[in-house]
Design a protein around this ligand. Structure first.
Ligand code: F6P
Length: 346
């Protein structure tokens, strides 16, 4: 039997639940007397040999904490060919039998390449508040982010109502509108703008005018950071688009939507950008449980030699799926889900 250690790293943007995965991996591995080491700051730790042993004691109680005790980075081990040489050395030096990679689309795509092109025994665990990884029904972190956004929307209702204003709230979601749609429904938004459905600003202002006619001059508009106007009603300049839709960091559409609503409708509008609050802090119960189950499953995949695969939620079961397929493209918001949300617009 292979007696090497299991390595684990967390890569990409942090998200609530990463520590619960780490604890799940360590506890499941120890149950089979397998030891675990953590590489610090994503792939960076594997390249530089920045490693720490993870023990039952060092992971005790961490499932309640946000962020990741291992740190994270967006380091790409394929960016510099020398990194692969260093990884091979460190892999041997630390006696690694398999690597658990916890990440979003970017980190898991790299994990898939490490498995397929370099032949490493790697298993993946999907994390992201965006919930945009195709191979899994849910990624952990999403539920907590939705709750944070929902609480914020709920708070904005009272200030919007008091001032008879439109409150625009910009939420995260690079490429997809999962957070916006879920939090928008849960928080009773009057309009939800998502990247999957180009929005018509005239439809928003008409709806707001109708609401005013009904004696409800205040409104809540939830905007996903990557939402885009319909080409027929594009009110953004090229410069504005270049500054909002940057691949490395999106942001700013909320401000411009609010300004356009105010200009067209005459109703005062204000903006709240929720930002990193959605990613910080303690995971909720759902994410703690999902992350823990993913951690346990990842070790079982290692013990069964199921490499190049990713733990995934299918319905209520945790299964494993081929990593390469699981990270192919993005999982977009279900159109039917958005149609249901639209019933409540206005
Ligand atoms: O993918 C998670 C996410 O929080 C996105 O919602 C957001 O667009 C992006 O990461 C922000 O990335 P960074 O941490 O690099 O600013």
């Amino acid at each position: 039997m292979d007696t090497g250690r299991i390595g684990i790293l967390t890569g990409g943007g942090d998200c609530p639940g990463l520590n619960a995965v780490i604890r799940g991996v360590v506890r499941r591995a120890l149950a089979d007397d397998v030891h675990v080491v953590g590489f610090k700051s994503g792939w960076q730790g594997l390249i530089t040999g920045d490693v720490e042993p993870l023990t039952r004691l060092s992971v005790a109680g961490i499932q309640f904490r946000g962020g990741t005790i291992l740190g994270t980075s967006r380091t790409d081990p394929f960016a510099d060919p020398h990194s692969q040489v260093q990884i091979r050395e460190n892999w041997r030096k630390y006696g690694i039998r398999a690597l658990v990679v916890v990440g979003g689309n970017g980190t898991l795509t790299v994990a898939s390449r490490m498995a397929l092109e370099e032949g490493y025994p790697v298993v993946g665990v999907p994390k992201t508040i965006d919930n945009d990884i195709p191979g899994t029904d849910y990624s952990f972190g999403f539920s907590t982010a939705v709750q944070v956004a929902t609480d914020a929307i709920e708070r904005l209702h009272t200030t919007a109502e008091s001032h008879h204003r439109v409150m625009v709230i910009e939420v995260m979601g690079r490429h997809t509108g999962w957070i916006a749609a879920h939090a928008g429904i849960a928080g009773a938004a009057d309009f939800i703008l998502v990247p999957e459905v180009p929005f018509r600003i005239s439809r928003i202002t008409e709806t707001l005018a109708n609401r005013r006619g009904l004696g409800r001059p205040h409104s809540i508009v939830v905007v996903a950071e990557d939402a885009r106007p319909h080409p027929d009603e594009d009110f953004l300049s090229d410069d504005q688009k270049a500054s909002i839709y940057r691949e490395e960091r999106l942001g700013g559409i909320g401000q411009l939507v609010a300004r356009e609503i105010e200009r067209r409708s005459g109703i005062e509008a204000r903006v709240s950008v929720l930002g990193y609050i959605q990613r910080g802090g303690s995971p909720n119960a759902f994410d703690r449980v999902l992350a823990t189950r993913f951690g346990v499953k990842a070790v079982e995949m290692v013990l069964e030699g199921r490499f190049g695969r990713m733990a995934a939620l299918s319905g209520t079961s945790v299964i494993d799926v081929a990593l390469a397929d699981a990270v192919e493209g993005y999982k977009y918001l279900d159109p039917e889900f958005y149609r249901h949300a639209e019933i409540f617009f206005g």
